[in-house]
Design a binder for this molecule. Structure first.
Ligand code: SF4
Length: 362
């Protein structure tokens, strides 16, 4: 169980099938069990942009499962808060095609009912479809995240809760609820996509070619491995430390089995410091909102404009009723200047900040 199996190459489907054949993770299990595959479809985009799980990896999983005689297979996801609904993500990310080709249902967890689950008095609503699954295969990316630094096995589970709960996670600090959610719902197998993930940002846009897929069973161990690949230490990621301390998995050391090493192209990624992040006053912001603000600032930075921003920009649910100078999203409506929306679009934020800059020059 302390093994991470890593394969390198350029054909995600064949690489996945080979990893599964080498490790045989479902050996001996009843063929009648229900199997849920949970990719990361955070937003509707092509996997080549570095934000979403390659459908070819999920295709490899389905092909392997069917060859082994498993037939109760479903793909489940609830994409992030905002207009990027899961159905659009299924279409754009190539999962509708996969569903029709292999006759595997797509479950939109945003439409699902939920059950309140509790761990030591800490309550979290979890989608019923997930609770009714016998074997959960988590297929995250090894990817950067603008608020938590990274996301992989543990954080990808945020897609199995309703939107109202996702918002609440951000008001209560994100890290502890992510850890508790993993205490409540067990993932049995993790197949992590590091073909070309964005190492800096969950919404993609700066994919980094790595040509790698990793397989493991322990989400804490997988996240320790992922944090190292992304140039962090486990101590940099609070939810990872909390999950380990709660006994969800092991901090390692792990034993790495590598396949097709001749195709390996990356060891560890250097994390640059974004020089405009100090302009954001964030507390309790949802990922979609925060990420749209960071994307807008990135565009302004590329135009050489961020140095002209004089107001700090408030964002997040803890800023409700706070009379700051400038705020992003409905939560900061009490600020003197505000761009409304829940979340506002990246373009709206970009125009809003440009107006702030112009106002400060008048
Ligand atoms: S305005 Fe932004 S931070 Fe506030 S609830 Fe909406 S998405 Fe979340």
């Amino acid at each position: 169980m302390n093994k991470i199996h890593v394969i390198y190459g350029e054909d995600p489907c064949c690489m996945t099938v080979k990893l599964l054949n080498e490790t045989a993770p479902l050996k001996g299990l009843d063929k009648n069990i229900s199997i849920g595959i949970k990719p990361n479809l955070v937003c509707p985009s092509n996997a080549s942009e570095g934000a979403v799980t390659h459908p070819e990896i999920v295709e490899g999983i389905i092909r392997y499962l069917k060859e082994q005689g498993f037939y109760r297979i479903k793909i489940m996801e609830g994409s992030w808060i905002g207009e990027d609904d899961t159905q659009t993500a299924f279409d754009v990310c190539g999962y509708r095609y996969l569903s029709e080709k292999y006759d595997v249902p797509l479950i939109d967890l945003k439409q699902d009912q939920f059950t309140s689950c509790s761990y030591e008095g800490y309550r979290i609503n979890v989608c019923n479809e997930v609770l009714n699954t016998d074997y959960l295969i988590n297929v995250p990316l090894i990817k950067g995240h603008c608020q938590t630094k990274m996301t992989c096995a543990l954080k990808n589970m945020k897609g199995i809760i309703p939107d109202s709960e996702k918002r609440r996670f951000h008001t209560i600090g994100l890290h502890k609820p992510i850890a508790v959610l993993n205490k409540l719902v067990k993932q049995h197998l993790i197949i992590a996509d590091a073909i070309c993930p964005d190492p800096y940002f969950e919404e993609g846009g700066r994919p980094h070619r790595m040509n790698m897929i990793a397989l493991g069973y322990d989400p804490v161990l997988m996240d320790v491995f992922a944090s190292e690949i992304l140039g962090y230490q486990k101590e940099d990621i609070p939810y990872l430390m909390m999950a380990g301390e709660m006994g969800i998995g092991s901090f390692g050391p792990y034993e790495k089995s590598e396949y097709d090493v001749q195709n390996k192209i990356v060891d560890i990624i250097d994390q640059p410091k974004e020089k405009y992040l100090h302009l954001i006053d964030e507390s309790g912001a949802c990922s979609a909102c925060y990420s749209n603000l960071v994307s807008a600032l990135k565009r302004l930075d590329e135009e050489g404009l961020t140095e002209r921003i004089i107001e700090n920009i408030c964002i997040g649910q803890d800023y409700r009723d706070y009379p700051g100078e400038a705020g992003v999203g409905n939560c900061t409506i009490a600020c003197m200047k505000n761009v409304p929306g829940c979340p506002p679009e990246q373009d709206e934020i970009y125009i809003f900040i440009k107006d702030l800059i112009r106002g400060s020059l008048d």
